[in-house]
Design a protein around this ligand. Structure first.
Ligand SMILES: Cc1cc2nc3c(=O)[nH]c(=O)nc-3n(C[C@H](O)[C@H](O)[C@H](O)COP(=O)(O)OP(=O)(O)OC[C@H]3O[C@@H](n4cnc5c(N)ncnc54)[C@H](O)[C@@H]3O)c2cc1C
Length: 444
């Protein structure tokens, strides 16, 4: 069942024109809208379901810099800074706090990785450090059953509340003039002289010279409708929420097997870290050679299967004309089922490590769908073959934390301003210019 995300109203009237139309009301779409509005541009967000109904409400809420691939540190550190000022900027609560994040290590051989990571990350002045076994015990005294040998603790890393954050940012954007249209799928683009001239939605056409696809897991399908290749594959993930429990941490802990973070209501959001199911679908078959390296790297945590996603949903095969009902309006919200097996296993490990959690019950659970690229790095980029079309998708399980900076970068590119960070790692052309795909951007 979908998690109970804050619902916001829609703007009734679709504008006849807008400087920018954003397709998708997840964290990336709403952050981009906020930044574009700050630049004085008129913006309309069109969302096929409701704001944050898909990945942006289903995630763990971690806004983390430590452990990110080094080329992504400019984006991650900028995002953490923007998260810090977000509530003030929008006059609303996203639940963001610098609660501190801990990654625990089970094997001393992992320490060499972290020594090297901290060395390379030195220019970014990280405040995290490696904790000894004794320091870990002092930080998490309730973890009496854990077999951790060390940990990496980063006090400045934080979390926001996925049920609140994107809707709050969307409302902040609306305060600056952005219009928000829910139950309003974008079916496709119109072009004039080879450039984007309009976005066709199920409720009418909006004339524009700039359209951003921030469609999360559906982005590849939207791109394909216009002959643009975007290699994207999805992993079905499971997360759950417990009832209120004893305070074992105020922040987040990633054990490698399970990951948890304390919520404002005193319960925990938990997941079986990195585990999930990859479905064989028309899209996954199309891009399989590109994802081989990534899936081989993560094969111990993934299962592979075939199901209804072959025929319906973001990776299915579909063709349509802009005058016809599109696959986007046939599935307003992609709401995959959670895996009971993963929940039971995750709770078993959790109760073993924290005996004080033995009576804490699971209150709610949900499935999610993580969209990845072959190098686990998003695309935030103009599309060279279709001037006026931009893409911000493929966040590979890291997009909630990166959202504010990704939105800022996308807005800078659309407005032709000096980009807040170097956009080169995020260019779409890397999939066609022979760039070697290294799947190491997602380290944990
Ligand atoms: C279980 C789980 C745990 C995660 N944990 C974390 C974490 O702790 N930290 C972190 O940083 N990231 C995490 N992530 C990843 C993060 O949630 C995503 O990277 C991020 O939310 C992606 O945002 P988005 O806006 O690109 O996509 P989404 O939130 O999926 O938004 C895309 C929106 O576009 C809409 N849409 C698609 N096509 C159309 C169309 N044609 N017309 C109109 N609307 C359309 C969809 O309905 C959807 O609402 C996790 C993800 C999952 C599933």
């Amino acid at each position: 069942m979908s998690p109970p995300v804050d619902r916001i109203p829609s703007d009734e009237k679709l504008p006849a024109r807008a400087d920018v139309v954003i397709i998708g009301g997840g964290i990336i779409g709403v952050c981009t809208a906020l930044e574009l509005a700050r630049k004085g541009l008129s913006v309309a967000i069109v969302e096929k379901g409701h704001v944050a109904a898909e990945q942006s409400s289903r995630n763990w809420g971690w806004c983390r810099v430590h452990g990110r691939a080094i080329p992504d540190l400019p984006l991650s550190t900028t995002s953490l800074r923007l998260w810090s000022g977000m509530d003030k900027a929008i006059g609303r609560a996203t639940g963001f706090t610098h609660c501190g994040m801990l990654a625990v290590l089970h094997d001393e051989s992992e320490l060499a990785f972290w020594d090297d990571w901290f060395e390379q990350a030195r220019p970014f002045q990280m405040d995290g450090r490696v904790l000894t076994r004794e320091e870990l015990r002092a930080l998490v005294p309730e973890a009496t059953g854990a077999d951790w040998v060390a940990g990496v603790y980063s006090p400045s890393d934080g979390r926001a509340e996925p049920l609140k954050a994107a809707p709050a940012i969307a409302e902040g954007a609306r305060d600056r003039g952005v219009t928000i249209h829910q139950n309003c799928a974008a079916r496709g683009l119109e072009t004039t002289g080879g450039r984007v001239s309009a976005v066709v939605t199920e409720k009418g056409t909006i004339r524009t010279s700039a359209a951003l696809c921030a469609g999360g897991a559906w982005a590849s399908m939207f791109c394909r409708h216009h002959g643009i290749p975007f290699p994207q594959a999805g992993v079905h993930a499971t997360a759950w929420r417990t009832e209120k429990g004893p305070n074992i941490t105020d922040g987040g802990i990633n054990d490698g097997i399970y990951a948890l973070r304390r919520r404002d209501d005193g319960g925990y959001t938990i997941a079986h870290g990195g585990a999930g199911r990859v479905d064989i679908t028309p899209q996954s078959l199309r891009y399989a050679p590109r994802f081989l390296k990534l899936f081989l790297k993560r094969r111990k945590k993934l299962t592979f299967g075939i199901g209804s996603s072959f025929f319906n949903g973001p990776e299915s095969w579909a063709t349509w004309r802009n005058e016809e009902i599109s696959p986007f309006e046939k599935m307003r919200v992609y709401d995959p089922a959670p895996s009971t097996k993963l929940i039971e296993k995750g709770m078993e490990f959790l109760r073993r490590d924290y005996p004080v959690m033995k009576d804490v019950k699971v209150a709610d659970s949900w499935g999610g769908f993580i969209d990845s690229t072959p190098d686990s790095r998003p695309v935030i980029s103009p599309i060279a073959s279709l001037p006026g079309f931009y893409l911000a998708a493929g966040f590979s399980g890291l997009g909630f934390g990166m959202g504010p900076a990704a939105g800022r970068l996308a807005a800078d590119l659309i407005a032709n301003d000096v980009p807040i960070i170097d956009p080169t790692p995020y260019r779409h052309a890397r999939f066609t210019d022979g760039t070697r795909m290294d799947p190491s951007a997602r380290l944990g």
